[in-house]
Design a binder for this molecule. Structure first.
Ligand SMILES: [Zn+2]
Length: 187
């Protein structure tokens, strides 16, 4: 995905949220769409179970807010000390990286042999991975930070169903379940 100021996906999200919270009617529409489309992520989640992943924060960590906690929270927060390693949960191609007022330094990886995108936010400094670069599962892609709108050092991690992050996919509510499974497997 090419970044430019007109179509930056996070700016688009901000705009969408602004409209959504402006009227009750808009919220009702969003709810209806979410209800209609709730089957797809489960199927995708089942398929993901057979693919190898790595828990992205190998140091001591604690789970914070999950999906839906607070307005528009679309991922799972994992608290760890600032500067600790962030690993690629799934290998793939770096689809997007940049800096955003809320997300801070962020990275989006198009997961290898999945239709899922993996999103990492609030990184300390720029991610080590470059746009378009391929990274392997478990490869270091950055450091835990608190860049952007973050209180305390943590990784904000999202998973998006196909075709992906702001490409027509949706954030997956099952992200926490997946993380906990990988966490147990790596522990
Ligand atoms: Zn978060």
């Amino acid at each position: 995905m090419k970044i430019d100021s007109q179509t930056h996906p996070l700016q688009a999200r901000d705009a969408v949220l602004g409209v959504a919270f402006a009227t009750i009617a808009a919220l009702a529409v969003i709810g209806a769409v979410a209800a209609l489309s709730s089957l797809a992520p489960r199927a995708e989640g089942a398929a993901l179970k057979s693919l190898q992943h790595r828990f992205p924060v190998p140091s001591r960590h604690a789970y914070g807010d999950g999906v839906g906690a607070g307005r528009g929270h679309q991922g799972q927060d994992i608290f760890a000390r600032c500067g600790k390693r962030v690993l690629a949960a799934r290998g793939g191609k770096v689809q997007d990286r940049g800096r955003h007022s809320s997300a801070g330094n962020y990275l989006v990886i198009d997961g290898r042999r999945t239709r899922v995108d993996y999103v990492y936010m609030h990184l300390r400094g720029n991610s080590l991975a470059r746009q378009g670069e391929r990274v392997g599962r478990g490869e270091k892609i950055g450091k835990v930070g608190q860049s952007g709108n973050a209180v305390g050092c943590h990784l904000h991690f999202e998973m998006w169903s196909g075709p992906g992050w702001y490409e027509g996919g949706r954030h997956m509510r099952s992200v926490t379940k997946h993380l906990r499974r990988w966490d147990r497997a790596d522990g």
